[in-house]
Design a protein around this ligand. Structure first.
Ligand code: HEC
Length: 249
């Protein structure tokens, strides 16, 4: 599940960057952080996806999916996917700190949505992986206080929620890199780019549709899915979304 990582630098590489070892290490660190935040978000989404039928069951009350329970399972999925136990990542590093901020955001979102998740008598509650991810990313942005942002976006014709629309840079990378037939499957794109007037490092982690996604995003195109949105007519393994991470410097 872990995406292959490759560091892609846009344009000519300034000689100073080639020579300055610490600078290169910074960039590699930032790429690792971005990939790690994407892996943890996906781990949380995977738990929601596996529990979707139980969440949607109108006869079930308490689901046992409070923040503490969910983060334990996400931690295990992350560990299997990356080979690293998140608790072993030094909290005094930027990586360890931001990953903990994100895990706290996951706990916050699950605890805040217990009434919805445990409601008896309601089948579909609208609590699906994409909604979970959006709420976690909003909580993360608040907690990270302008140091970092995580967003789930995608190709413009695949985006449902206005808030998920790609910005100009994301649109360019999606079209010129991630959607091109030669782009290696699962490979992240990353670059140092000024964002909102601030120096930043950005990582774009591609996500592809699997069978479970097609119930809502697949065919027939235009047919309304369980969430009330028209299906996009997407096919297996097509680029469905991108986890976009901004690390401000
Ligand atoms: C139960 C139906 C359903 C399933 C299954 C589903 N999605 Fe979605 N997806 C949605 C809805 C609804 C939204 C909009 C969520 C919101 O309001 O923010 C969405 C949003 C998204 C987004 C964010 C962009 C946006 O428009 O907000 C991505 C990316 C995405 N889905 C990809 C996937 C992938 C990949 C899978 C499979 C792993 C998947 N979806 C499975 C219904 C679904």
């Amino acid at each position: 599940m872990t995406a292959t990582i490759a560091l892609v630098l846009v344009g000519a590489i300034p000689v100073s960057v080639i020579c300055a070892a610490p600078e290169r290490e910074d960039l590699n660190d930032d790429l690792l952080i971005g990939q790690s935040l994407a892996d943890m978000l996906l781990a949380g989404e995977t738990v929601i996806s596996r529990e979707q039928d139980r969440i949607n069951d109108p006869k079930l009350g308490e689901k046992g999916l409070g923040g503490a329970a969910l983060i334990e399972r996400a931690r295990e999925i992350y560990r299997k996917a990356t080979g690293v136990d998140p608790s072993t990542i030094d909290p005094n590093t930027r990586h360890g700190r931001l990953l903990r901020v994100q895990m706290d955001a996951i706990v916050e979102v699950m605890d805040a949505n217990q009434t919805t998740i445990n409601a008896k008598g309601t089948g579909f509650k609208g609590f699906i992986p994409a909604v979970f991810a959006r709420l976690v990313n909003e909580a993360f942005a608040r907690r990270a206080k302008g140091e970092a942002e995580v967003k789930v976006t995608g190709p413009p014709d695949r985006v449902r929620n206005r808030k998920a629309r790609p910005d100009i840079w994301e649109t360019t990378i999606i079209k010129s890199k991630l959607l091109t037939p030669s782009w290696p499957h699962d490979q992240a794109y990353s670059a140092a780019v000024e964002t909102d007037g601030r120096p930043a490092f950005r990582v774009m982690v591609p996500q592809y549709y699997d069978e479970t996604c097609l119930a809502c995003h697949g065919s027939p195109k235009g047919e309304v899915d369980i969430t009330g949105y028209p299906k996009e007519g997407a096919k297996l393994d097509e680029l469905g979304g991108v986890i976009s991470i901004i690390l401000y410097r």
